[in-house]
Design a binder for this molecule. Structure first.
Ligand code: TXA
Ligand code: MG
Length: 324
């Protein structure tokens, strides 16, 4: 069973143990502002293999490489002016930029799945400090078994991967609660590859270029991890409901009224006051609670498709997609 260290009360010991564990090529589960990550040395083939192995993740799906700051990022990727402006405005924070990999970068090809681009982000708080202390980029997907809902609290990681890991760092609940927004500046536009914790309208405002969604640009799946049935809980998922059947769990938003609610296994409200940021922060933990209620299905009321609602609806559509 993994050792669990609280970063609030034992920050120094957490840093020491994490650096020691990472130096031996072992992954460490740690909190970021978005979700908990399963981090390992991005320059080591063995370390990256341990990530893929622990998650059961297909190796064609590249990992985000986390940096301490923009300076470290510039040593591994080539920044165009707009990408640099976005990085300066939103790092540290929930934004991943897809950039050309520098030929002299020490990032191992296993982390990028052999692509000539790399996904880079600078996480806030403890994770950023740890990377600075470790001195090398950390590859980190979400700290869950591949295809499952991302963890936003340490106990989610303990339940899923506790017996496969040496070290889990506990930093409480993640403040953003959904994964980073993934964007790529290309051909005079900002391509939104994954809606996430940074509102896409912010990219347009700061980057001063139009944001293009994959559907409207007719692109093939460019972020290979964006498979339809990703983020699946155990129970089936129904979206945009106004009525539920007995035995279903109900997750609503903004105090919405739902017929049959009194016969739900559990009723949760992502944000009674209708705040989409609060809803995003609660999303994955509520899905897990609803799943644990023994419901036949988890039913969601409609969520406004603006601001962080875009990321929430993206995750719900994937969770509701047919599974194979
Ligand atoms: O918030 C987050 O982004 C979290 C925390 C831990 O930082 N990480 C995360 O990683 O969500 P993961 O592995 O679950 O998602 C990474 C996504 C995948 O969809 C992958 O295909 C895409 O990033 N990606 C990574 N490198 C890429 C590249 N070079 N080109 C296109 N997509 C890339
Ligand atoms: Mg993930």
């Amino acid at each position: 069973m993994a050792e669990i260290i609280d970063i609030e009360t034992e920050r120094e010991r957490a840093l020491d143990r994490a650096v020691d564990t990472l130096s031996r090529g072992e992954p460490v589960a740690l909190p970021t502002e978005t979700v908990y990550g399963l981090a390992a040395d991005a320059t080591s083939a063995d370390a990256i293999n341990r990530i893929y192995e622990t998650k059961g993740r297909p190796r064609f799906n590249p990992l985000i490489c986390h940096m301490a700051d923009l300076e470290m990022a510039e040593a591994h990727a080539v920044f165009d002016p707009v990408s640099r402006k976005l990085a300066q405005a939103f790092w540290p924070g929930p934004l991943t930029l897809i950039l050309p990999l520098r030929p002299d970068s020490a990032i191992h090809p296993l982390a990028t799945a052999g692509l000539d681009t790399v996904g880079i982000r600078v996480p806030a708080g403890f994770a950023g400090d740890l990377i600075g202390t470790f001195g090398r980029p950390l590859a980190a997907p979400s700290a869950n078994t591949s295809g499952k809902v991302s963890p936003t609290e340490a106990h989610h990681v303990v339940a899923d991967l506790g017996d496969k890991l040496e070290l889990i760092l506990n930093g409480g609940a993640c403040t953003v609660g959904v994964e980073s927004t993934i964007a790529k500046v290309e051909d005079g536009a900002i391509r939104l590859l994954r809606p996430g914790g940074l509102d896409a309208a912010e990219l347009e405002r700061v980057g001063r270029l139009p944001v293009i969604r994959p559907a409207s640009s007719g692109a093939i799946i460019e972020a290979p991890g964006m498979l339809a049935s990703h983020y699946a809980p155990g129970a089936a998922v129904r979206i945009n409901v106004t009525e539920i059947s007995p035995g279903e769990a109900l997750i609503r938003f903004g105090g919405s009224e739902v017929k049959g609610a009194s016969e739900a296994t559990i009723v949760l409200d992502l944000s009674p006051r209708g705040d989409l940021r609060e809803a995003a922060a609660n999303l994955f933990a509520y899905i897990k609670k609803a799943d644990a209620s023994g419901a036949t299905a988890i039913a969601f009321t409609a969520i406004p498709d603006e601001g962080l609602g875009e990321a929430i609806n993206d995750r719900l559509q994937r969770a509701a997609a047919p599974r194979d």
